[in-house]
Design a protein around this ligand. Structure first.
Ligand code: SF4
Length: 506
């Protein structure tokens, strides 16, 4: 994938994509707002979720060992994977040991992160995605573009074409007369998947949470495909990031309230499956838990960036983000798109590549992501922190020099005063548009006019004598007028403005 600026430039030209994204994200976020507003203790729940995650992360070694003990005592086997290669090798070996060549999968971000399907394919094992959106992505040889709704960039007509063209190659074909009615599409997927559920003996899942006290894993889902995968096969392999552990069921209770409301905008998701080791005669008789690090302990070592490990993958930050809504998920070049992807991916993979170094800049820093995050991850804070890291590398000399000079000026009162006087004196020379790389900034924004006199100087002259509340406007202030008067004055003074469109472009 190209770096975000280039990929986003291409994506934003796709009117159909923008339409699909806008419709889907606005629908989900409206539902989320409605169900969150029902709870008068939402802010306390949010604070509790944050506190539980922070406490668990501070003692992660303890809770992971506790989880291992509990899973082992319940008849499961725990494997530790330092990175993607190790996790893939463990899972491939476990599937091979069963003698099977097919596995069914529950939607899992961790297995996408390590590219498990590709690793299994290299070993001659086929992984079948069973989540409806993941099925669409797999059949169309596409990439997911949203954490919760991986095929959010597709509309019904496109999905019908994918089913008609590709389903037969993967199993039960779609009916010849398949239309684009959602019920018909769901039924085609149901018939296709059911046959797969009934004959596949190995399943691979992730988990939303892992309860250390009892060794219980938890998956929340909406379609029932997860329940099928977690109960019908003989062998179940769960690949789980180490940050998914929660100490107790009481802690889990908080997240079971936060997650469905923040993700699908429901009071509770339709299926919540929990399993603890193995139970003779009931469900999978062999259970393996693969605990995945893959960069997470490095994230934990960063005192600012570690808050990204609180993420419960609800996707509320994607649905509210103005950048995601226009650029879509593919532009991020990562399995974790949107605001959380912009802070998690560069921490997991480092900022060494151009694509990863661009991600912390894929944001307007508007702060909407922080407002909706159910575990209060201060995404803008981490974005700025990561930008500092990127800017500290060679190749950012101009930016560093400009910021250093600005810092030096702002630090000294006399220096700031002198700079303001100089700027006022040269105000007529300031261009409306910046030259060079700065032109990208002023293509869509006006440089604010510089006042004749700075506020500080005006205050020294007028404010201290109690005359600040006279009719005379302070520098930079606009005299209060009726809106239509302001508009008229603006139009007559700056005729070129009338040539601009709604977004300020000419
Ligand atoms: S960062 Fe917060 S809002 Fe975004 S997916 Fe994670 S938990 Fe949800």
């Amino acid at each position: 994938m190209p770096a975000f600026p280039e990929a986003a430039r291409t994506a934003t030209r796709d009117a159909q994509l923008r339409h699909n994204l806008r419709k889907a994200t606005h629908t989900i976020r409206d539902k989320r707002d409605a169900v969150v507003a029902e709870l008068d203790d939402w802010s306390r729940l949010r604070a509790a979720g944050k506190a539980i995650k922070d406490r668990t992360l501070r003692h992660l070694d303890h809770y992971l060992e506790r989880l291992e003990e509990s899973v082992t005592a319940a008849g499961g086997t725990v494997h530790w994977a330092a990175d993607a290669a190790e996790a893939n090798a463990i899972v491939t070996g476990l599937v091979r040991a069963t003698g099977e060549r097919d596995v069914v999968k529950v939607k899992s971000m961790a297995t996408q992160e390590i590219e498990l399907n590709e690793a299994l394919a290299e070993a001659g094992i086929t992984a079948y995605e069973t989540d409806l959106a993941e099925l669409i992505v797999q059949l169309s040889e596409d990439l997911p573009s949203h954490i919760l709704v991986p095929a959010i960039h597709r509309n019904r007509a496109e999905i019908r074409e994918i089913f008609r063209d590709r389903m037969a190659a993967w199993g039960v074909p779609a009916p010849d007369d398949l239309g684009d009615d959602p019920r018909a599409l769901a039924e085609a997927a149901r018939v296709h998947l059911r046959e797969r559920f009934l004959r596949t003996r190995v399943a691979v899942s992730g988990a939303n949470f892992a309860v250390a006290d009892t060794g219980t894993l938890v998956v929340l889902e909406s379609e029932g495909n997860g329940r099928m995968c977690l109960t019908l096969p003989r062998t179940l392999i769960s690949v789980v990031g180490i940050e998914k552990v929660v100490p107790t069921w009481s802690d889990l209770e908080v997240f079971l309230q936060l997650l469905p409301r923040s993700s699908t905008g429901e009071r509770m998701n339709p299926y919540t499956s929990t399993w603890t080791g193995v139970t003779p005669g009931d469900g999978p008789q062999e259970f393996h838990l693969v605990l995945l690090d893959n960069g997470r302990t490095d994230v934990l070592a960063d005192t600012v960036g570690r808050q990204a490990l609180r993420c419960i993958r609800c996707s509320a930050c994607l649905n509210i983000c103005p950048v995601y809504e226009r650029a879509g998920g593919h532009a991020y070049g990562s399995v974790y798109p949107g605001p959380i992807g912009a802070i998690l991916t560069p921490q997991l993979r480092g900022t060494g590549s151009a694509a990863d170094a661009a991600l912390p800049y894929a944001s307007s820093l508007c702060g909407a992501c922080y407002e909706v995050c159910p575990v209060a991850i201060d995404i803008p804070e981490v974005l700025v922190h990561l930008r500092e890291e990127v800017a500290a590398r060679p190749g950012h000399l101009g930016e560093k020099a400009a910021m250093g000079a600005a810092g030096w000026v702002f630090e000294g009162e006399r220096r700031l005063g002198a700079a303001q006087r100089a700027a006022s004196a040269a105000r007529s020379l300031v261009p409306r548009r910046l030259p060079g790389p700065g032109a990208a900034w002023t293509d869509t924004r006006d440089i604010p006019p510089i006042p004749e006199e700075s506020f500080r100087s005006w205050w020294r002259r007028e404010g201290r004598h109690g005359r600040a509340e006279t009719d005379a406007p302070a520098p930079g202030q606009v005299r209060r007028e009726r809106p239509e008067q302001s508009e008229q004055a603006e139009r007559s003074e700056r005729p070129e403005q009338s040539e601009r469109g709604e977004d300020g472009r000419r």
